[in-house]
Design a protein around this ligand. Structure first.
Ligand code: PLP
Length: 358
């Protein structure tokens, strides 16, 4: 038997029906046939992002979406506040440095969420900060940062943007972009969108589009203003990832049918079940105070090698989970409940974990 279960926080499983849609014969992208598909996908993406704004669909991984936001919204020398509570927060800082921005770091202990009061203190101290760069769900630590509270600080100022990496949060739990005043929101195809890697979706607020007219960071491929113009004609500046867009349209149609509230509830139910099960197995959650509903991280018991545990689960039980990164390498295991993962997958993963620990 070689049945396998993929419960890593990306890539996540792809439903069979979506795979079949994507296996359709290739079509040319400058055709009415593709434009219809692209237009429908972009329209339904607004429901996913809880926004009236355009959602741009880029042929890229999620990091490209992050980079597009930096280069399209800021200029060299701009101060940005980086919430660094894990690998992806750190990435915000690294991209900013690459383009000559001046990151001001808020270093958050791994497993903790940033405190909005700390964000406020930095913003008060540095009134010339132009952007707050944060993860909604910091996948490396399975923490959910308080985006709504932070948005209350950023929406008060015209020259300050809230840029949210929602790569493992969009389609997992509510991030109402327009209601909260999120200025840039990003996701990637290989997480809650139940698709293979290769698409980044990005939406900007009116405030961010205004900023985009002035931003001076160099960029060519990721030109969001150009993509927006093309989107109006239901096309893209360069060759789109045709098959992935076909898959995206199918997934978004299905999510819309399920209803975003139900999608969020589904993730929450699996997340709560996983957290309870892991604790019943005697393990400690890595993010007990602010857990994200996308993945659950746990410290492995004393004397257990986490990396070996992940390998055993994969090789002997067919269950792929994720280990810990950096300081948590060998000490932490992460189980995702993200995208096309259901109750039975979760039960299998927990049972396999229990057996592997024996
Ligand atoms: N941000 C978060 C929160 C992520 O979870 C990931 C991927 O795991 C990324 C960014 C990077 O995305 P990608 O690997 O698609 O570039």
């Amino acid at each position: 038997m070689n049945k396998t279960y993929l419960l890593a926080p990306g890539p996540t499983p792809v439903p069979e029906k979506v795979n079949l849609e994507m296996a359709a014969p290739m079509i040319h992208h400058r055709t009415p046939q593709f434009s219809k598909i692209f237009g429908e996908a972009a329209e339904d993406a607004k429901t996913l992002f809880q926004t009236k704004q355009d959602v741009m669909i880029l042929a890229s991984t999620g990091t490209g979406g992050m980079e597009a936001c930096i280069t399209n919204l800021f200029s060299p020398g701009d101060k940005v506040l980086v919430i660094n509570g894990g690998k992806f927060g750190e990435r915000w800082g690294k991209i900013s440095e690459t383009y000559g921005l001046e990151p001001i770091w808020i270093n958050v202990e791994w497993g903790q969420a940033v405190k909005a009061a700390d964000v406020k203190a930095e913003l008060d101290k540095n009134p010339d900060i132009r952007g707050v760069l944060v993860q909604a769900s910091e996948t490396s630590t399975t923490v959910s940062h308080p985006i709504e509270e932070i948005s209350k600080l950023t929406r008060q100022r015209e020259d300050l943007l809230l840029v949210v990496d929602g790569i493992t949060a969009v389609g997992v739990y509510p991030l109402p972009m327009d209601d909260w005043g999120i200025d840039a929101l990003i996701t990637g195809s290989q997480k809650a969108l139940q698709l293979p890697p290769g698409l980044a979706l990005v939406a900007l607020s009116d405030k961010a589009w205004k900023q985009a007219e002035k931003a001076k960071c160099p960029h060519f491929y990721f030109d969001l203003r150009k993509e927006r113009k093309n989107l109006a004609d239901k096309t893209t500046a360069y060759t789109p990832a045709v098959s992935l867009v076909i898959g995206l349209r199918e997934v978004l149609k299905n999510l819309k049918e399920e209803g975003m509230d139900n999608v969020h509830k589904r993730h929450n139910r699996l997340a709560r079940a996983t957290r309870a099960a892991v604790q019943a197995l005697g393990m400690t959650l890595v993010a007990p105070d602010a857990p994200a509903d996308s993945a659950t991280g746990m410290f492995v018991p004393e004397g257990v090698d986490g990396a070996k545990l992940v390998k055993t689960l994969r090789d002997e039980f067919g269950v792929t989970l994720a280990g810990g990164q950096d300081q948590w390498k060998g000490k932490v295991v992460r189980i995702a409940h993200l995208g096309y993962v259901d109750t039975f997958d979760t039960v299998v993963a927990i049972a396999a974990l229990e057996m592997a620990l024996k």
